[in-house]
Design a protein around this ligand. Structure first.
Ligand code: MN
Ligand code: MN
Length: 273
């Protein structure tokens, strides 16, 4: 039985599923991700020890708040309220998306609880569009909104390989530290003071490693390179998300295993740092 948040000690990482993909500009499907990632995490094909020696199966190592249920509330306020509630309990939320638009309400909640947040954002895309197809809340826009609102102090992007002229201007305007894919590895640049928020868009990975995503952009990170960069992070990690896993595109369930592996290693880092 996975620990419920009410029973967890302050500082415990807490998983929250956010089954929402209505701001995806291309394919739907990411809303179905959270339960599938959980199944992959607990698959007896592997175990719950991280590479860094943390036993996630130990009593109280992490807890799980289940999946967010959207009733009559508006989606973004519902996400922000739930994450804020978990932060009020002193927990460290790790959200499973969902499309990448959910990072905006999540980080809004963090902005109200945690000062001086640095975001380390893994992605093929900078997600800095001012708007896409008229939608300012598109999954192509969350980091433009976050930086405009000042919800985070620093934004470091890793794995970027789809920069447009507009997004280069946006990156400059907001002082975003972009580490493009062609300039990796950049393990030293992961030495950052906390509090840190990790936002991991699975399309940062090469689609050969993780085909179960909506926007396949070749030339990306191997799973090994991604884990190396996660393990190189030094500061205290306040929270994280893993987004854009699209089960409808994942014919072999390979990407579910990859998402679960990243979940494991990020949880391990949250516990160690
Ligand atoms: Mn993204
Ligand atoms: Mn992306």
């Amino acid at each position: 039985m996975t620990l419920r948040p009410e029973a967890a000690k302050p500082g415990t990482p807490v998983i929250l599923g956010v089954p929402f993909d209505a701001n995806s500009s291309w394919l739907r499907g990411a809303a179905g991700a959270p339960p599938i990632i959980r199944v992959a995490l607990h698959s007896i094909s592997s175990n719950l020890w991280t590479e860094t020696g943390v036993d996630l199966g130990a009593e109280g190592a992490y807890c799980d708040a289940g999946d967010l249920k959207f009733t009559f509330q508006e989606t973004f306020p519902a996400i922000e309220a739930k994450v804020g509630e978990l932060l009020d309990h002193g927990l460290r939320p790790l959200c499973l998306g969902g499309d990448h638009s959910i990072t905006l309400p999540i980080v809004r909640a963090f902005g109200k609880h945690v000062r001086g947040l640095t975001i380390i954002h893994f992605d093929a895309h900078p997600d800095l569009y001012d708007e896409l197809e008229g939608n300012r809340l598109s999954h192509a826009c969350p980091f433009a909104r976050i930086m405009e609102e000042g919800a985070a102090k620093r934004l470091i992007q890793v794995g970027i390989r789809t920069m447009t002229g507009h997004q280069r201007e946006q990156a400059q305007k907001f002082g975003v530290e972009v580490i493009e894919m062609r300039h990796l590895p950049a393990l030293d640049r992961m030495k950052v003071d906390g509090p840190i928020y990790i936002s991991f868009d699975l399309d940062a990975l090469d689609p050969a490693h993780a085909p179960g995503i909506s926007h396949r952009e070749p030339g990306g990170l191997s799973v090994r390179e991604a884990i190396a960069h996660i393990q190189a992070i030094t500061g205290k990690i306040a929270g994280a998300d893993i987004v854009e896993y699209n089960p409808a595109q994942d014919n072999t369930q390979m990407t579910a295993a990859v998402a679960a592996k990243l979940l494991k290693e990020i949880l391990g880092k949250m516990i160690l740092n």
